[in-house]
Design a protein around this ligand. Structure first.
Ligand code: FAD
Length: 472
């Protein structure tokens, strides 16, 4: 090990030499700052926290444009240096944590919105989602979807690591046709090449965790800007709140942008809502177009609920309240973790979003340490839902038992406590991703250690790996 220059202690590279080769690119070498930029939100999981908290990079480069990014990749290639792309670092599974140390390429200086047209926006990979939405407003448009972390998450990180978010209940998941329009990505070679992926081909790179190309710019779908009303409705019973959410999600003409159902016990961890929503109630969190508010109220009331908050943007700001989407998606977990670090969560598919009875039955078997929270979305046009429950962590064994209860009820578990790409959302090896890894990163330097299947295929030609995808 090169003890003098390695912060990670996980490789023998001479980081002084590598830093010198990157002269002209903004670099961060201060160990405290390098360590800070080596983390993401893996600490949501006690298991990942144990495994990843001592993994750090050695050097951070902050390229200003695609040419500088290409230089970073060429230098990493020349030195056989492991490298990790990093946007806002809001991933949940250690997606941007360098397992083998190495170069962290922070994209946040590549943040220009390059082109706005009707129905699309093209932005550099490091542009923040919130900044893109702000830039779109002048053209009367907004992003079809964005993660609840929009203030710090980048478009490149969303496409490489995310899957959907606010807007998915109206427009589907990011992978659904028309949402991700194109992207460009650089290979890791002596002379990095820029590849463009259009339409469905962009899925070769989408959700591959930066294993198979460094995204330089992304084109995504935009939709006409609407006046959104952020709503929170309260219910006496979780399944009533869920049924109202399902009815609203199914009402395509209504066009809600967000529908989340939150167990009353989780709502108790939302101090900023105190005095605004009924204490002890199960909650339905929604974003509805202004003209649909009466319809939403009618559906909520028909299910036995009441709308406690219904605010447009100026009224929300005047009331000093956060966006309602800060009580949805993984922000729900964050609100609880702010008060108590013994909480964690899981990602659970719901086999039939319409089956409220199945939600109640699994809840009854789960026990008091699991508090449900459902998000509605569309996949391939159909309404789907998934559960992101709060789990009070006792032991790895109890977590495994909770997973087993969900699975026994037919609810698939997309494990949020695994740091391999095959462990969570993908579940299986994605050989199409790996074929492109072979083409884009033949030395296997990108986000090394994050794919369990890569070591088994790395010596095969890309076309053969691709054939394995067709057999799958
Ligand atoms: C509170 C909270 C709420 C969240 N809500 C949502 C949500 O609503 N929807 C959702 O999908 N996710 C959500 N997430 C997960 C995460 O926020 C999103 O995936 C987010 O879009 C990631 O963006 P980022 O810029 O932070 O990416 P990072 O965390 O920096 O990176 C994510 C992955 O992408 C790779 N990557 C980053 N930039 C590039 C690039 N230019 N080229 C290639 N690879 C790259 C990284 O190596 C890493 O593997 C949430 C997370 C938290 C903590």
């Amino acid at each position: 090990m090169n003890e003098r220059t390695s912060i990670s202690g996980r490789n023998t590279l001479d980081w002084d030499v590598i830093a010198a080769a990157l002269d002209g690119v903004e670099l961060i070498r201060e160990p405290v700052l390098v360590k800070k930029r080596s983390r993401d939100f893996f600490w949501y999981s006690p298991i990942l926290n144990r495994k990843l908290k001592a993994c750090f990079g050695d050097l951070v480069a902050r390229p200003a444009n695609a040419d500088q990014m290409a230089r970073c990749l060429a230098v990493a290639h020349a030195h056989d240096a492991p490298l990790v792309l990093r946007g806002g670092g809001t991933g949940n599974y250690g997606q941007s944590v360098p397992l083998d140390g190495g170069l962290i390429i922070d994209t946040t200086a590549m943040n220009r919105v390059l082109e706005i047209g009707t129905g699309f926006v093209r932005a550099e990979a490091g542009a923040l989602m919130a900044d893109i939405n702000a830039a779109l407003a002048d053209s009367g448009q907004e992003l079809a979807m964005f993660p609840s972390t929009q203030d710090i998450a980048t478009i490149g990180g969303f496409v490489a690591g995310g899957s959907g978010g606010i807007g998915s209940v109206a427009h589907g998941m990011l992978r659904d046709p028309g949402n991700l329009i194109a992207l460009s990505a650089l290979s890791v070679e002596a002379a990095p090449r820029l590849h463009r992926f259009d339409g469905a081909d962009a899925l070769h790179i989408h959700h591959a965790w930066g294993l198979n190309g460094a995204i330089t710019d992304v084109t995504v779908r935009t939709v006409p800007l609407q006046e959104w009303i952020g709503c929170i409705a309260s219910f006496d019973c979780y399944t009533d709140a869920y049924a109202a959410g399902y009815a609203l999600a199914s009402d395509r003409a209504l066009g809600c942008k967000l529908l989340s159902v939150v167990d009353a016990r989780i709502g108790a961890y939302f101090p900023r809502l105190k005095g605004h929503v009924r204490d002890g109630a199960d909650l339905l969190v929604a974003m509805v177009p202004a003209e649909g508010l009466d319809r939403l109220r009618a559906i909520v009331v028909a299910q036995g609920g009441a709308v406690d908050i219904a605010l447009d943007e100026p009224a929300r700001k005047a009331a000093g309240l956060p966006h309602v989407f800060e009580f949805s998606y993984n922000h729900t977990t964050l609100q609880v973790l702010k008060s108590d670090r013994s909480a964690t969560y899981q990602q659970i598919g719901v086999p039939d979003a319409a089956d409220v009875g199945a939600i109640a039955r699994v809840a009854a078997d789960l026990g008091k340490d699991v508090w449900q929270h459902h998000e509605f979305a569309r996949r391939g046009g159909e309404v789907v839902s998934f559960d992101l429950p709060i789990i009070w962590y006792h032991s790895d064994e109890r977590l495994a038992e909770i997973n087993a209860i969900y699975e026994a009820h037919g609810f698939p578990v997309y494990d949020a406590h695994a740091f391999h790409v095959e462990g969570g959302g993908l579940k299986n090896a994605d050989y199409r991703h790996l074929a492109w890894k072979k083409r884009m990163d033949p030395k296997g330097l990108m986000n090394s250690g994050k794919s369990l299947a890569w070591p088994q295929v790395r010596d095969l030609p890309a076309d053969e790996i691709e054939r394995m995808a067709r057999k799958d």
